[in-house]
Design a protein around this ligand. Sequence first.
Ligand SMILES: [Zn+2]
Length: 194
Amino acid sequence: MRIFIIILPSQVKGEGSCRIKLFIFLRLPITRLPRQLFFRYAVQMVKQDISPADQDLVAAAAAAVKKPVLQLSGEKAPALVGAAIRMNDGRIVTAVNLIADVGSLSICAEPIAIAEAAKHPDKKIEAMVAVYYAPGQEPRVVSPCGRCREAIADYALGSSVILREPGTSVLFKVRAADLLPLRYAGYWRNGQLV
Ligand SMILES: [Zn+2]
């Protein structure tokens, strides 16, 4: 806490005295302020019901991940994760994840699907979803990892992402922008850190 004493001339004409004002400034670290004050928008994430078109998108991702693809071993087998994107003209593009021998080179399905969507530069990404496929089970909607959230924010900030309540089959969708508050790119304007 800091205390400042400021002496101001009197506002009354002809009066020679001065007024003394006492200012007390509180200097609290940001971390001690209410967390929700700074992350309010994050807790205001709005869950929306999915539409029939969204259900079709989930089905498209499931169909994509069930198809056999070339594996590292040379065998043909389904991938682990499939992603589907709906563009604003209704077009759907799909992709599956890519496993690399060097683990860090492996790529999630979402950025590969975004690359497919980028082939249609006149259209916008409207919604997207990813599903995880375990042999013997139906594909289930999976939440995009942190790295994918960056890619989604970069190319489809205004889109919706379909998610699933953990432990259930209940689907809903949220705005992509809500999945990555305080994102890296938000601190840059014209190449300058702001
Ligand atoms: Zn990912």
